[in-house]
Design a protein around this ligand. Structure first.
Ligand code: NAD
Length: 502
């Protein structure tokens, strides 16, 4: 179990900036306690005005029988804090444990995950010395809704949920971030050519909201080529906005090509809460050896200070950190013999930053967090427009019934038609999204999971009572249905895919 070390109450009050902020501090697991102690020492020495409340979460809490990895007391601590500073935690192997990170983000409404990456060439070797990219990742929706079902012997399902309000607030946050930081361009990444409704919505909202930011260049790329270009030509990108899963993947790619995942920091921003952490995990392979790079967590703490309005302290720490890097004092993950001057452990690296407080880098560009150029606009200070109200006329136009059966398309179609009679015509059967009836292909692999679409003929009505009667007839015929999806038109436009997978 990771013990919570006594936490210093850091800093002295500088009347020019807001007074003491309260933060919840989670020491985490693995290398977590080591890098957190180093980070808190730097914060203290730099004069950060913080009251620290210990927050216990992670492996010990999981193993004590709490499947969410956090206790009620932990939630109370978070409620008393202005922000959370969190070291990485270990999720125990095996089923039955929910991801604490996902739980925290969704429960606290931390909808925006902001992950800046930059190159520090020549001090940290990279193929892309001018890389300077910020990934703004949607943090609550998409496949991370965590709604999964096993529906048949052979088929499992994970629901991808995308909402208009969710798209609107993440896209607006990305544009607001770009505007506040003088960024020139925002690129949207989706897979809207395949997922026309969900990813198509994200892309449409990006185009709609982008009109409010005419001074910012904007483009959209399909995620495959977008991820490839981020790895090969990151200098072509500036701010990237994307959905949850794509953002998770591309932000690790960008951090790694920038130099090391050990340098990556991230902010999880909501309307009333914010959580700051390194992007890496608890690194159990090097835990307890005092060699972990504390930079990811330290830079996350810098983002937190800016969020809390302590810009001067943030600037002091960031510039001292750049100077230590420039002076060749490097933790093991970025140490290169012949190029680095000193191999520094976690504590020594923190000391090197502390020794340089008040100094600026000479070759790397110093950072400036003056009030005119905040690194990260606090969500509270970013007026988010209320979600667009959607008032489409919704009409029921049929039903997809998912059937579990070991059968063939023609046999299943005949059985369904016999069971349902003249109630509503069977329009189509697909298997894993590929049409197999009518006119399927013998080559198509068919599992035990069939989507059977019933739709009224032109001019005929369909209503919920008919859907219930349809299911009653299927049950009476011994046909096992495992799920249904109603087919709605919104202002006459089908709110469902047409069923031919690509
Ligand atoms: P990891 O990021 O912990 O480690 C990947 C590699 O990077 C390892 O070789 C490690 O030694 C190295 N590394 C990571 N951080 C470093 C640092 N600061 N300095 C030097 N080297 C560093 O990823 P993993 O091994 O896949 O995951 C380990 C555990 O962390 C798992 O339980 C996972 O669930 C958890 N995790 C937690 C978070 C979080 O709390 N935010 C994020 C990712 C993974």
């Amino acid at each position: 179990m990771a013990t919570i070390a006594p936490i210093p109450q850091t800093g002295t009050v500088n009347p020019a900036e807001p007074s003491v902020a309260t933060i919840a501090v989670a020491h985490g697991d693995g290398i977590g306690p080591e890098i957190m102690d180093a980070t808190l020492r730097v914060l203290d020495a730099a004069g950060a005005r913080l009251r620290c409340l210990p927050l216990e979460l992670g492996e010990a809490v999981y193993l004590a029988g709490n499947s969410a990895g956090i206790t009620g007391e932990g939630w109370d601590t978070i409620a008393r804090a202005d922000a959370i500073l969190k070291a990485p935690i270990t999720t125990p192997l095996g089923s039955g444990y929910k991801s604490l990170n996902v739980t925290l983000r969704k429960t606290l409404g931390l909808f925006a995950n902001v992950r800046p990456s930059r190159a520090y060439a020549p001090f940290v070797p990279t193929l892309h010395p001018t890389l300077d990219v910020v990934i703004v990742r949607e943090n609550e929706e998409d496949l991370y809704a965590g709604i999964e079902h096993r529906q048949t012997d052979e088929v499992y399902q994970c629901l991808k949920l995308v909402s208009r309000p969710g798209c609107e607030r993440i896209v607006r946050h990305a544009f607001e971030f770009a505007r506040a930081n003088g960024r020139r361009k925002v690129t949207c990444l989706t897979k809207s050519n395949i997922m026309k409704l969900t990813d198509g919505l994200f892309q449409r909202v990006f185009a709609e909201i982008g009109r409010d930011y005419p001074e910012i260049e904007q483009d959209h790329m399909i995620i495959d080529i977008g991820a490839a270009r981020l790895a090969a030509r990151p200098q072509d990108f500036d701010v990237v906005v994307t959905s949850n899963l794509y953002g998770d993947i591309v932000s690790d790619i960008v951090a790694e090509v920038a130099g090391s995942v050990g340098l990556g920091a991230s902010a999880n921003i909501g309307l009333n809460n914010a959580m700051f952490e390194a992007i890496h995990g608890s690194a159990p392979d090097i835990a307890g050896r005092g060699i972990a790079n504390p930079s990811g967590l330290l830079l996350a703490a810098v983002m937190m200070l800016v969020h809390l309005g302590q810009n001067t302290v943030a600037e002091r720490i960031h510039n001292a950190w750049l100077r230590a890097l420039e002076d060749g004092i490097h933790p093991a993950d970025i140490h290169r013999p012949g190029q680095s001057l000193e191999l520094a452990g976690t504590e020594r690296f923190a000391d090197a930053v502390i020794e340089r407080l008040g100094q600026q880098p000479v070759q790397l560009e110093p950072v400036s967090y003056g009030p005119a150029k905040p690194a990260l606009p606090a969500a509270q200070a970013t007026p988010l427009a209320p979600p667009t109200s959607v008032t489409a006329t919704k009409t029921l136009n049929g039903i997809d019934v998912f059937i579990c059966a070991r059968t063939s398309p023609n046999e299943l179609a005949a059985k369904l038609q016999a069971a349902v009679g003249a109630l509503v015509p069977l329009a189509m059967i697909t298997n894993r999204g590929v049409k197999v009836w009518p006119a399927g292909h013998a080559e198509t692999l068919c599992t035990d999971h069939w989507r059977c679409r019933f739709q009224p003929s032109a001019g005929k009505a369909f209503n919920p009572a008919m859907a219930v009667e349809l299911l009653r007839r299927l049950a009476a015929a011994g046909i096992e249905f495992v799920k249904t999806e109603q087919l709605y038109r919104f202002d006459g436009v089908p709110g469902y895919s047409l069923g031919q997978g690509q």
